[in-house]
Design a protein around this ligand. Sequence first.
Ligand code: SF4
Ligand code: SF3
Length: 554
Amino acid sequence: MFCFQCQETAKNTGCTIKGVCGKPEETANLQDLLIFVLRGISVYGEKLKELGVSDRVNDDFVAQGLFATITNANWDDARFTAMITDGLKRRDLARDRFLAAYKEKKGKDFDEALPDAATWAATDPSAYAEKAKEVGVLSTENEDARSLRELLIIGLKGVAAYADHAAILGFHKDDINDFFMEALASTTKDLSVDEMVALVMKAGETAVNTMALLDEANTTAYGNPEITEVNLGVGTKPGILITGHDMKDMEELLKQTEGTGVDVYTHGEMLPANSYPAFKKYKHLVGNYGGSWWHQNTEFETFNGPILFTTNCLVPLRKNNTYLDRMFTTGVVGYENAVHIADRPEGGAKDFSAIIEKAKTCAPPIEIETGTLVGGFAHHQVLALADKIVDAVKSGAIKRFVVMGGCDGRQKDRNYYTEIAKNLPEDTVILTAGCAKFRYNKLNLGDIGGIPRVLDAGQCNDSYSLAVIALKLKEVFGLDDINELPISYDIAWYEQKAVAVLLALLFLGVKGIRLGPTLPAFLSPNVAKVLVEKFNIKAIGTVEEDIAAMMTGK
Ligand code: SF4
Ligand code: SF3
């Protein structure tokens, strides 16, 4: 196996024996083969588009396939095997549609060479393991071509996750799905460095568009997030803990648990659900339990009730765990021996009755903290406070904003982000989104004239909100360049959604981003050099140096 898609990768070069995340070799290889099959589908998808044929039947499958390979999402090899088998059938059907359309439009048979991904055939799944070994990341020999291809594919995985969430809420954009096909198909071609860089930038543009679409989907369905005090304590009834990013699952779970005597709590990236008007109205949504994803092994023990995983991150269970029998997965998430809740039927809802029945047999959660957290500072709410914020900047009460969004992770050196938050001068405001916030959102950093010093816009995809806020401030202050604003970017990354967010920020022209705790292993020295020269991206330094530099706009 070879995997270097996340920040934890072994020795910051690549996992080769087993993932640091716990991913076994077989799973890593099946993920590579699934991506290979998606490439094959995309070869025909792109060709059909070139012929002017609209062929949308594989859009959701491609997005879900990319999403399923994201770090800490699907651990179940049987599900990857089933997706590969389904993908091969879909690819062959796409091929047949293409060949027929070609003949019809051109009046002759198609006779050009096709890449292996478009032609490889397996009679049954026993052939998958062998083939998987040939098609991984290292099959691209040139280090820089590999780096650019992987930067594209890894960013695409994050974008696909957001596109899938939007699609679940009924929001699609053909441009986004077309780009998945174009980008995947591009990795079967020998392109110039400039062409590959252009595709990476287009991935950034697609990330912005996809986050905007998801924002539209979420706010249309559930209203605009509003300032909300989220309870951190527990009630006396048994509860269900819901984690991940999928708001539709949240909606259906809340509806189905109402009046059953079972409470609902959020974990990790589901915390922002507490700030949506459509969810706040449910009294049995008690609040948030615990911290970010990597605390699962201890927090899910004390929670006592069932846990619903709607997306990443799912941390493999310890041997002596007590919660495998109260663990439920759904959507692209999978874990061997956990109950998987099936997709919703056309026009219907998922059936959460098994998880609700399980909850009724469980003890209420053990309280691990008390107090509240304030959330709900997405763009609509922040722009409602715009006058106040602009006045505070003009009067000098707010000297600088520091965007500290992204992911959390278990490495000790991520304490850097806690220390930055603690030591930033009191006239600074932290803008955050994603699970990175759990490094500092319980520090009680106070407020500036009623504006909290940590403004939480929501999930990682709500980094879109941070971009909207920055663009609005640029307009209000009459600036020509987003980089003239008193905003610094100190981003933490872990998995591929953060890469999508990073590419989005680069596409928007943001320069001087600090990225940590380490720079991605998938950036070759030459590709890293381009990013440094073009965008002044830098690795984090010490807390003191970085605060001093950020306060002078560097
Ligand atoms: Fe390694 Fe990260 Fe890949 Fe897991 S997802 S195998 S930790 S690079
Ligand atoms: Fe977190 Fe996994 Fe990235 Fe949505 S839940 S940000 S790490």
